[in-house]
Design a protein around this ligand. Structure first.
Ligand code: UDX
Length: 492
């Protein structure tokens, strides 16, 4: 793929405006997509919310969001949340509501302002997050083509596409609170073409777990699939055909102009391309790679990271800590400062149990945030205890690293089911994973038993297939070129 940045923007240079949902797991794949498009000669405007722009400035310094690159600009819009609510980083419900209300008008103003800006070609296309589906209608009102990028897995997205069916067939909303505990979640759902046949209600994105027919997240997700996605000119997914063929075939039946462009990782957007444009909302701890370098044995380190939204109780944290310490493998554990409820503060200190850091000194490193792709790609990393966020799952597959799965919410439960049942790279941990279970699971994953060896072999196969998908002539590379070609020829 050509990696020459676009030359001086001409009036006719196609100009893509990218609008991710303002959360880490969305901003990351969007930035990778943006770089891939910039590398192909497009003018790119990447839109952050004002709040995240501020966080990026704090976490990475100015270069992260304002570094100069010909034809690559960052702009900001307000997310609509009152300032007092911004610290509630986990409140995706409030953020979804606020962005839907506030952002369409700001988006319109931004497109108009860019159209009046000297030296900037007019916006010719909008690529918005599936979770910002309103942008499709705002773009259409302005006469612009609009694409929706759904950042979850294809299996997760296919579940969302069937939320309306779950409602029509009477599975959702749940009859009453007892459904959360009485085995109702184990109800088989075997009628969705493209999904594994042993799917259960509990494997659906957790937004179906409500007794309220008007539940905000249930309603928003149905609307995104029923109204927003069909109105878009095309749908983008960050996965690859070999991994999710059946789900993708079913999605293409419903949404024929679907582009499968993943994994949007280092192969598509090498870290060396515009390296100063980064998207970590937390400050990365620079000690991780040197610590991994110092580990003598390849594949010996258990990497633990629950992503950007997961929260846990102090008790859960203590059980993980004890289990990890007792398992004996070296471990690198990322604990966000805001991960433990009533736990940390925002000064980057990791909220660990008293005395724990001293106890594991030398064989355990705990940090507040890391460069995850670099950690997963390191020769010393051998296992990943993960919440199964889609980016983490994909990054783990691409690095050939098997997983222990502890899903938290959303389609993480679907990803977990697929990782364990379909892709053969994961072992599910119980929700209340006591120290003994954690220790046993880590020992099994990092050991040489048949199951661990088979998972490592499967992970290596998925890695190879991922590399093939994005290489010249690969399925994702072809779809990326098709997208580029389609966008280059649309009339703004
Ligand atoms: C969640 C969902 O699980 C995801 O599937 C959904 O589509 C969006 O919301 P999140 O908790 O952010 O996402 O997890 P994940 O999707 O794995 O994304 C986290 C991203 O942050 C990954 O790209 C990961 O590499 C990066 N990260 C995480 C770091 O760079 N450093 C860290 O320490 C932790």
């Amino acid at each position: 793929m050509a990696m020459a940045p676009s030359s001086k923007p001409a009036k006719t240079t196609p100009h893509i405006l990218l609008l991710p949902y303002p959360a880490q797991g969305h901003v990351n794949p969007f930035l990778r997509l943006a770089k891939a498009q910039h590398a192909r000669g497009f003018h790119v405007t990447f839109v952050h919310t004002e709040h995240n722009h501020g966080r990026l400035l704090r976490s990475r310094g100015l270069g992260a969001v304002t570094g100069a690159a010909d034809g690559f600009r960052f702009e900001t819009i307000p997310d609509g949340l009152p300032r007092s609510e911004h610290d509630a980083t986990q409140d995706i419900w409030a953020l979804c509501e606020a962005t839907r209300r506030a952002c369409p008008a700001h988006l319109r103003e931004l497109v108009e302002r860019l159209g009046r800006t000297e030296g900037v070609p007019p916006v010719t296309c909008v690529i918005a997050d599936g979770a910002m589906g309103f942008a499709v209608h705002a773009a259409k009102d302005m006469g612009l083509p609009a694409y929706l990028f759904f950042t979850p897995s294809a299996c997760g997205f296919l579940c969302y596409l069937n939320f309306d069916q779950l409602v029509k067939r009477g599975y959702v909303p749940f009859k009453d609170e007892s459904c959360f505990t009485n085995g109702y979640l184990d109800t088989p759902v075997d009628w969705i073409t493209g999904m594994i046949s042993n799917l259960r209600l509990r494997d659906f994105p957790t937004f179906i777990r409500t007794t309220d027919a008007d539940d905000v997240m249930l309603t928003i997700n149905i609307k995104q699939c029923e109204l927003d996605a069909p109105a878009a000119d095309g749908i983008l997914l960050n996965t690859y055909d070999d991994l999710e063929r059946a789900a993708l075939d079913a999605i293409r039946e419903r949404l024929p102009n679907t582009f499968v462009v993943g994994p949007l990782g280092p192969e598509v957007s090498p870290p060396s391309y515009l390296p100063f444009l980064t998207s970590s909302l937390w400050k990365e701890d620079g000690r991780c790679i040197a610590w991994l370098d110092a580990q003598a044995a390849d594949g010996s380190v258990m990497y633990v990271n629950f992503g950007s939204i997961t929260v846990m109780t102090r008790d859960q944290m203590v059980e993980f800590a004890r289990g990890l310490a007792d398992a004996g493998s070296p471990f690198l554990w990322v604990v966000r400062p805001d991960m433990v409820r009533d736990g940390g503060d925002d000064d980057g200190k990791v909220p660990v149990p008293d005395g724990f850091a001293e106890e594991v000194a030398g064989r355990g490193l705990m940090v507040g945030w890391c460069d995850q792709e670099a950690v997963l790609g390191h020769r010393a990393t051998g296992g990943f205890l993960s919440h199964c966020g889609w980016n983490s799952t994909l990054e783990s597959l691409c690095a050939g690293v098997p997983m222990l799965c502890w899903p938290f919410f959303s389609e993480q439960v679907t990803n977990c089911r697929y990782a364990c049942e379909e892709w053969g790279v994961g072992v599910q941990m119980p929700r209340e994973a006591g120290r003994g279970k954690v220790e046993a699971a880590v020992r099994e994953l990092m050991g040489d038993g048949d199951k661990a060896v088979a998972m490592r072999r499967k992970a290596a196969e998925w890695k190879e297939k991922a590399v093939r998908a994005v290489a010249a002539g690969g399925s994702s590379q072809r779809d990326l070129e098709r997208l580029v070609d389609e966008i280059a020829h649309v009339k703004g």
